[in-house]
Design a protein around this ligand. Structure first.
Ligand code: 13P
Length: 258
């Protein structure tokens, strides 16, 4: 497989952190800390919905705006929900879907995740689809089976042309926020398996085009090894995306990995 068919994506996931008023100073600092040009490497920040307007106001061509969740419904009687049109209107070009925290805390099932992927693609917003196994599943040797199921379910009913536009993030649950990252080999093995699945289900062309990220305790120290893997096209970064210095190191490494 050849990385030249894909761009690198370094995406931060702020989760439920920072205040809207902290967006501006963060972006100002970040802009100074990252290279002026990062051709082939897209930088994205997925922020809480309340921060999207500030992100839009401070918008910088080098940094793409991402949401962390969206409703599967178009509009109407869904109190507390936020629609694809709403995040689109605020400038979001990416949206995380199926993060394990939402699957665990908010009951996002594979069916719901699939509906959200469809809703986003219909509006030309890039879904960052998260999949990942629990420690128990890994210990029982069920990792690839579980990931295969999650990817197939999330992409159900999409045309191959749409699948090419989905970004898939492999995030082993046991590595998220634990400081225990997957080894380069463990991460590569699963990302390769996802690419093989896409080749079998769709085509070699689709599988070559889809960006596959790794997420789970990626940081300034361990990013180089992970980003050097042939089937890892970037990172989805939680904790380390909250500090400019750390995130900037990962961005610089991503720019080299293209
Ligand atoms: P951490 O980088 O904090 O482990 O979080 C990873 C993650 O869940 C990104 O979506």
């Amino acid at each position: 497989m050849n990385k030249k068919y894909r761009r690198v994506i370094i995406a931060g996931n702020w989760k439920m952190n920072k205040l809207p008023s902290e967006v501006k100073p963060f972006l100002e600092e970040l802009k100074d800390a990252i290279p002026e040009h990062t051709p082939g490497c897209s930088i994205v920040l997925c922020v809480p919905a309340t921060h999207l307007a500030s992100m839009s106001r401070e918008k910088h061509r080098r940094i793409g705006i991402g949401a962390q969740n969206v409703s599967q419904f178009d509009k109407g009687a869904h109190t507390g929900e936020i629609s694809v049109d709403m995040i689109d209107d605020l400038g979001a070009r990416y949206c995380i879907v199926g993060h394990s925290e939402r699957r665990a805390d908010n009951g996002d099932t594979d069916e719901i995740v699939n509906a959200k992927v469809h809703a986003l693609l219909n509006r030309h917003i890039t879904p960052i689809l998260c999949v990942g196994e629990s420690l128990e599943q890994r210990d029982r040797g069920l990792t690839i089976e579980h990931i295969t199921y999650q990817v197939k379910a999330a992409l159900y009913g999409l045309e191959p042309e749409q699948v090419k536009k989905v970004v898939i993030a492999y995030e082993p649950i046991w590595a998220i926020g634990t400081g225990r990252t997957a080894t380069d080999e463990q991460a590569q093995e699963v990302c390769f398996a996802i690419r093989e699945l896409l080749r079998r289900e769709y085509s070699a062309m689709v599988s070559r085009k889809v960006c596959i990220l790794y997420g789970g305790s990626m940081n300034a120290k361990n990013c180089a090894g992970l980003l050097a893997q042939p089937d890892i096209d970037g990172g989805l970064i939680g904790g380390a995306s909250l500090k400019v210095e750390d995130f900037a190191v990962i961005v610089r490494e991503g720019s080299r990995a293209e």
